[in-house]
Design a protein around this ligand. Structure first.
Ligand SMILES: O=C(O)CCC(=O)C(=O)O
Length: 286
């Protein structure tokens, strides 16, 4: 029997499942996400930007140590040079990561749900594990662009196995910055990697191994989706999202699943499991 989900990912590099979450689940996750800012730091606010290398997280231990914690990254336009907020705290965050799937009960429940396991099963995973999770805000006014990238740049494995699960909690439209893809780009290899800097004397903890490739905007197709849909993203699919130019927020919950059987997750990746906290496994196939 043909597996339509796999066919779509093989053809396009991504697939959409409508109505993956119930409206009640969407509301619960949205409410949890909207509350996250209450625990954000009130000083030493860290900015997350995929655009401006001056404020790049690569120089920041706060980012590299966030793999097994809940940490808060602000929008560049939300914080002044003294670290003071320029906008209301409820709309100031860019994202929260990278262990909501283990450390926050609401996000944990959906990540380890039978529905997610079923999708991983359908995709042919043998021993899938969740490497990281993020709540992405893209609030109106400050929600910034996410530059073109492949997830394999950050979560490289051999063979290529990572699948991104991206769930909008509000309708994602072209106006508020839905995902955009270069269809078929997942068949073009990994274009660059973001690795732990082998030069221990450098102040930069993380570096790109090559300059960013140029992807013409005309190659991208938008993927507007309703709240509660699931977008599955092949690790080599080139994707991006625009800044939010609407009056509506575009919150999303996302996590990444890797194969842990007969697959090498690179030791150079920025995200490494702590010695006492391996990436949690969803199931093991006999
Ligand atoms: O939410 C977005 O706008 C971008 C998310 C994304 O590209 C990712 O998680 O890899």
């Amino acid at each position: 029997m043909r597996n339509l989900l796999i066919d779509q990912i093989v053809d396009d590099g991504y697939a959409v499942i409508d109505d993956f979450l119930t409206p009640e689940e969407v509301s619960e996750l949205l409410e949890a996400g909207q509350s996250l800012h209450k625990d954000a730091p009130k000083e030493e606010r860290r900015v997350f930007s995929t655009i401006n290398s001056k404020s790049a997280q690569s120089k920041d231990r706060y980012f590299i140590e966030s793999g097994d914690k809940i940490r808060y990254f602000f929008e560049e336009g939300a914080v002044d040079e003294n670290g003071d907020l320029l906008v209301d705290p409820s709309v100031a965050l860019n994202k929260v990561g990278h262990a909501l799937h283990t450390d926050h009960p609401v996000f944990s429940e959906v990540t380890f749900s039978n529905r997610v396991k079923e999708v991983c099963w359908q995709l042919g995973f043998r021993k899938p594990a969740v490497a990281q999770s993020m709540y992405i805000f893209k609030n109106p006014g400050v929600g910034s662009e996410v530059k073109s990238h492949q997830d394999a740049t950050y979560l490289y494995s051999e063979p290529s196995s990572t699948i991104g699960f991206w769930i909008p909690l509000e309708d994602a439209t072209q106006q508020n910055g839905c995902l955009q893809f270069i269809k078929g780009s997942h068949r073009s290899g990994v274009h660059r990697r973001y690795i732990r800097n082998p030069d221990q004397t450098s102040e930069e903890l993380l570096i790109y191994d090559r300059p960013a490739p140029l992807y013409p905007q005309s190659n991208f197709v938008p993927a507007p989706v309703k709240a509660g849909s699931l977008v599955l993203i092949h690790s080599q699919a080139v994707h991006r999202s625009d800044a939010n130019r609407s009056n509506h927020s575009r919150h999303a919950y996302t996590f990444h699943v890797i194969e842990t059987e007969n697959c090498d997750y690179s030791k150079d990746n920025w995200l490494q499991p702590a010695a006492d906290r391996p990436f949690p496994v969803l199931f093991e196939r006999d």
